[in-house]
Design a protein around this ligand. Structure first.
Ligand code: NAD
Length: 297
């Protein structure tokens, strides 16, 4: 089994910067690519904050911090991916956009290189077919924030080889994630269940069953969830959740996945959750400060 040493992460947003961070911290040689140099600058700022907080709390050793500094590079040139053993994509959740990227990099990457998508829901097989290496294609679904969340969902497409699976499993374990394996199906295990709960919670707000804050409290205190489904929706981004819900509704054709009216209205109104400052809660400096009392009807 060829070990993975060099990792190329594409998309320096919410997820990509976290994937690059945990990979470099755990000894991998990482390049983080984005077309936007502003996105890269912001990613570097966030990674420095994670590093400092980790050091302050004793969760990151000085050796790891040094390794991180030596191992992480940012780039705006896709040509730099040629030496990657593992290419991880974390660009927006759009099938056509991702396929276009994969088609392009398939020609640039070494024969043995593995391509992984951090998609939350899209078919791994369909994405894989945009390349000539469906056997070396896999889903690696990380969770937000990547440096905190333990789970890594590994999605095997019908043609993902055992060798590819074993190599990414070894990588997942090396970055201290708890890995689960799921066969390729819309929404995998996590998004399918997460959207089910989130959509129903939104319909309950719509119908006036209870406030968003009380629904969240119900799931936290009644079921031991660390975060309620509406707070989680804000955290992930309402636009991201709407995209996944639309896709699952198209693929699975059950009403569970039909996007709730309030979700569509909030996205139209620019209430995207934490990243826009307003969602089911009002957010300041990345923290929820109060419930949003002006939700669309
Ligand atoms: P994001 O919008 O925060 O970041 C996307 C980044 O990709 C941006 O920096 C943008 O400049 C860059 N980008 C766009 N097109 C590009 C291209 N063609 N080449 C290179 N860079 C490009 O998005 P995100 O929330 O990090 O989501 C990325 C992926 O991760 C999506 O597939 C999403 O479904 C998935 N995901 C998101 C979450 C979450 O909680 N946000 C959780 C798990 C998985």
């Amino acid at each position: 089994m060829n070990p993975i040493n060099n990792i190329f992460v594409v998309g320096a947003g919410q997820m990509g910067h976290g994937i690059a961070f945990v990979s470099a911290l755990n000894g991998y040689n990482v390049q983080l690519f984005d077309m936007s140099s502003d996105a890269l600058a912001l990613a570097e700022e966030k990674m420095s904050t994670h590093l400092q907080k980790g050091l302050d709390k004793g969760k990151v050793s000085t050796e790891q911090a040094d390794a991180f500094t030596n191992n992480l590079r940012t780039t705006t040139s896709i040509d730099d991916c040629t030496s990657a053993d593992l290419f991880i994509e974390a660009i927006p959740e759009k099938m056509s956009l991702k396929k276009e990227l994969f088609k392009d990099v398939d020609k640039r990457l070494a024969e043995q290189a593995i391509i992984a998508s951090n998609t939350s829901s899209l078919s791994i097989h369909e994405l894989a077919l945009s390349t000539s290496r469906a056997d070396r294609f896999v889903g690696l679904h990380f969770f937000n924030p990547v440096h905190i969340m333990k789970l890594l969902e590994i999605i095997r497409g019908p043609r993902t080889s055992d060798d590819t699976y074993n190599r990414v499993l070894a990588y997942g374990e090396a970055i201290n994630k708890s890995c689960i394996t799921v066969n390729d199906a819309p929404g995998f295990a996590t998004s399918r269940l997460g959207i089910t709960l989130g959509n129903e919670a939104m319909r309950m707000v719509e119908q006036g069953v209870a406030s968003a804050a009380d629904i969240d409290q119900a799931m936290k205190l009644g079921y031991g969830h660390p975060m309620g489904p509406l707070m989680l929706t804000d955290w992930v981004g309402l636009d991201v959740r709407l995209g996944i819900s639309n896709y699952l509704y198209d693929e699975l054709s059950t009403d569970t996945f039909r996007p709730p009216r309030i979700l569509r209205k909030m996205v139209e109104a620019g209430m995207l959750g934490r990243k826009s400052g307003r969602g089911f809660y009002i957010w300041e400096n990345g923290k929820a400060i109060s419930p949003n009392l002006e939700l669309p009807k």
